[in-house]
Design a protein around this ligand. Structure first.
Ligand code: C2E
Ligand code: CA
Ligand code: CA
Ligand code: CA
Length: 277
């Protein structure tokens, strides 16, 4: 019995060890992702409701690695923990601003929304980086939107408000991502100098069958509007979602119903078809 127990725990620790080794290997590879030009941005359109006129795009990062396209949930957490999110996030910010500038120059002044991770937002040089990239790319700051998750802004709210104010001072737009999944203090929310709430897709998914989810979506839209904010729903997949959101007065949508995230050239062709004569 004892030998068996020993074996089992040995197996367990070997398995743990294999996981740790795999993680380390991945971290080592990720370290070179920027230098080797292995990261790319996908772009998912955002539209007005109900016209479906495209007004912006969200940038979603992918890692082209050893012949595979690695989705963000497989490397963003590792990038966060290892600190690699700082150089990776800088690449994302710069690339997104260059793209916004390029589309602006082509007669497509779209708002480009960029996901900012917790560690990136809390980095002491984040503000200076945004300022520098705006100058360097000469993009209209009003075309840049920073998406920050609810959990991040609510930590150390006083400091956050000051940082958000300075960012707004640069002219960029600010949105709270995955709204409804964290714990927002409503009294703080009122003080945040933000422009937009993004309703988390987990509430949108079943809003036509689950009354609780529908109630949350409705409450977020009302709350947002009463604070003077734009409200966008993400994860919009069906005509029924759109109809329900329109009925509730939601301003904008993003989701497979209108378009999947597209690589830059496909996104550009799609946007040109939508927006240019
Ligand atoms: P998120 O910011 O909430 O992004 C929305 C996710 O929902 C994206 O997944 C998008 O592809 C997916 N999505 C869009 N429309 C639909 C839909 O209609 N139905 C469903 N089921 N899903 C939809 P993705 O690209 O895999 O990104 C996952 C998460 O990874 C993002 O969630 C974000 O938290 C993170 N992420 C992505 N790109 C970046 C980035 O550039 N920087 C940082 N820091 N995080 C990123
Ligand atoms: Ca997002
Ligand atoms: Ca989201
Ligand atoms: Ca999310």
């Amino acid at each position: 019995v004892q030998a068996q127990g020993g074996n089992a725990s040995q197996c367990y620790s070997l398995e743990m060890n294999a996981k740790a080794v795999e993680r380390l290997a991945m971290e080592a590879e990720l370290r070179y992702a920027v230098e080797r030009d292995e990261l790319l941005l996908y772009f998912q359109p955002q539209t007005l409701i109900p016209s479906l006129q495209v007004i912006g795009v969200e940038c979603l990062v992918r890692w082209q690695h050893q012949g595979k396209l690695v989705p963000p949930f497989e490397f963003i957490p590792l990038a966060e923990e290892s600190g690699l999110i700082i150089p990776i996030g800088e690449w994302i910010l710069r690339t997104a601003c260059q793209q916004a500038k390029a589309w602006q120059a082509q007669g497509m002044p779209l708002v480009v929304a960029i996901n900012i991770s917790a560690r990136q937002f809390q980095h002491p040089k984040f503000f200076a980086l945004v300022q520098q990239v705006l100058i360097e790319t000469a993009v209209d700051p009003q075309l840049i939107e920073l998406e920050i998750t609810e959990g991040v802004v609510m930590q150390d709210a006083d400091h956050t408000i000051e940082l958000l104010q300075r960012l707004r001072g640069l002219g960029v737009m600010l949105s709270i991502d995955d709204f409804g999944t964290g714990y927002s203090s409503l009294s703080y929310l009122k003080r945040f100098p933000i422009n937009k709430l993004k309703i988390d897709q987990s509430f949108v998914r079943d809003m036509d069958s689950d009354q609780g989810d529908a109630a949350i979506v409705e409450a977020v839209i009302r709350l947002g509007h009463s604070l003077g904010l734009t409200v966008i729903a993400e994860g919009v997949e069906t005509a029924a979602h759109l109809a329900a959101l329109e009925q509730l007065g939601c301003d904008e949508l993003q989701g497979y119903y209108f378009s999947r995230p597209l690589p830059a050239l496909d996104a550009q062709a799609f946007l040109q078809k939508q927006l240019l004569p």
